[in-house]
Design a protein around this ligand. Structure first.
Ligand SMILES: Cc1cc2nc3c(=O)[nH]c(=O)nc-3n(C[C@H](O)[C@H](O)[C@H](O)COP(=O)(O)OP(=O)(O)OC[C@H]3O[C@@H](n4cnc5c(N)ncnc54)[C@H](O)[C@@H]3O)c2cc1C
Length: 436
């Protein structure tokens, strides 16, 4: 049976590993952290349905809590839009989620090599043949028939692929959400209503800032859309001061996190596979481009990847792996291109225009739900209202038109993605996809 290496204990890689190991494949996951440190030090929101769709048993009820409604506020905090929580939404500690997936993988027979850094892929021409690794004692290579790249946004595998492979190496540029996140002690146990408050253009930073209050802690995120490293320590400190002024119960003591991190907020890469290689999760740009959520998408992709690998019967090349990209694109990624476009709005809108959008009810809870994947629709009454109040926003029309100029071609480019791999057809499609 084929030997498959999974680079990094990312969600999609673990889901693929579980399915493949259950079907007799020889799977090894290589992870730089140890079993106690793997997974971010915070809670995440995802849907329970993600487990069903990715063919993974739901976790025990005592390992997660129900999701919570969100309140979106404008920069001046004069309006709050309450967005209800999806029935299926849950909040789960990331460390528990990763530990759960690892435990299922180990039960299925997956081997783990922890505390080992992946340096680069081992390649021969355009084919990936393994991974170069470093642990505390040595640098060595591990070989496999296929490398599944689940090593996240800055994957050293994807970034060091030869150009011949045809896969984009970098996810940076404007497709980055640079954030600071920390849990501070809640000094009084007081909570906001709703507990999850999201400030759009927080302190006039193009991005968001949130506070999630629990009786014991306040989870604060300050995030900026832009390039990696664009959020400064001064911006974080002035936002923290502003949050403390508004909510004096936020203490100084950091209980968890307290780090800066980048998230990809970009549409799926144009090419996810090459000979001996498939990218999944953040490494493949599989997030909702506006808010960076990627757990559910990665898990779903992991299942599709495992099914494709099983059908490929031991030959892992661009052609046999292409159905994975095709299926993932049609089920999930194509609907996110429009959200990628909406995200670009933050590059040219100003804080006072966001205030106007909320105050005049142009931005509604329904429109905000689009960021989470809800369809974008307008009733004739809404269109009439927008037209009546939009004159002060006319300055936004030229950049909006420029931003959305490819909208009329989107559907046809998506439909024309080749179902069967041929070098020429796929390369031609990838060029069109990039130009959208
Ligand atoms: C602040 C923040 C909040 C978020 N909130 C949510 C949320 O609420 N809901 C949601 O769905 N998504 C959320 N996301 C996004 C989510 O984290 C990712 O989309 C998701 O983790 C999928 O990424 P992944 O599993 O592919 O990779 P990652 O989670 O990045 O995992 C990659 C793994 O590879 C390992 N690795 C990396 N490099 C190496 C190396 N050189 N050698 C060995 N191992 C390596 C890492 O240690 C890690 O274990 C959030 C992200 C951030 C930063």
């Amino acid at each position: 049976m084929s030997k498959i290496l999974v680079a990094g204990a990312g969600h999609g890689g673990l889901v693929a590993a579980i399915h493949l190991a259950k079907n007799g494949y020889d799977i090894t996951v290589i992870e730089k952290c140890n079993p106690d440190t793997v997974g971010h030090d915070w809670h995440d929101w995802l849907s329970l349905d993600a487990f069903d769709r990715s063919g993974i048993d739901r976790p025990e009820k005592n390992t997660f809590s129900a999701g919570m409604p969100q309140g979106f506020r404008n920069p001046k905090a004069t309006v709050m839009l309450r967005v209800p929580v999806g029935e299926d939404s849950i909040c789960m500690d990331r460390k528990l989620l990763i530990a759960y997936l690892i435990s299922l993988a180990e039960k299925a027979g997956v081997k783990f090599i922890f505390n080992t850094e992946i340096l680069s892929p081992v390649t021969e021409g355009a084919k990936v043949k393994g991974l170069n690794l470093r642990d505390s004692e040595r640098i060595y290579a591990l070989y496999g028939d296929l490398v599944i790249d689940a090593a996240g946004m800055y994957s050293p595998v994807r970034r060091n692929l030869p150009s011949l492979c045809g896969i984009e190496k970098e996810l940076e540029g404007t497709g980055v959400f640079h954030v600071y996140r920390a849990y501070f002690k809640n000094l009084t146990g007081e909570k906001t209503d709703p507990p999850y408050l999201i400030n759009l253009f927080n302190r006039n930073i193009p991005g968001i800032g949130w506070t999630v209050t629990d009786e014991k802690y306040v989870d604060i995120l300050i995030g900026k859309f832009g390039s990696a490293g664009s959020l400064t320590a001064d911006e974080v400190n002035s936002s923290l001061d502003a949050f403390r002024k508004e909510f004096p119960f936020i203490g100084q003591e950091i209980l968890r996190g307290g780090t800066f991190i980048d998230l990809p907020i970009k549409r799926m890469l144009p090419m996810l596979v090459c000979d001996g290689y498939a990218a999944v999760g953040d490494s493949a740009g599989m997030t909702v481009p506006l808010n960076g959520s990627g757990i559910v998408l990665s898990m779903n992709a992991g299942k599709i990847l495992a099914e494709t690998v099983m059908k490929a019967v031991g030959i892992y090349n661009k052609k046999s792996l292409w159905p994975y990209q095709y299926e993932y694109f049609h089920h999930y990624a194509k609907d996110l291109i429009i959200i990628d476009k909406l995200k670009d709005f933050f590059n040219y809108v100003k804080g006072e225009q966001v205030d106007y959008l909320l105050e005049k009810e142009i931005l509604t809870p329904e429109l905000i739900a689009v960021a989470g994947g809800a369809p974008l629709t307008f009733t004739p009454k809404q269109i009439g209202h927008i037209l009546a109040v939009c004159p002060p926003l006319l300055k936004l029309i030229p950049p909006l038109v420029k931003n959305f100029r490819t909208l009329p071609f989107m559907d046809s480019v998506c439909r024309k993605m080749p179902e069967i791999y041929s070098e020429e057809a796929v390369n031609a499609w990838a060029e069109k996809y990039k130009s959208l």
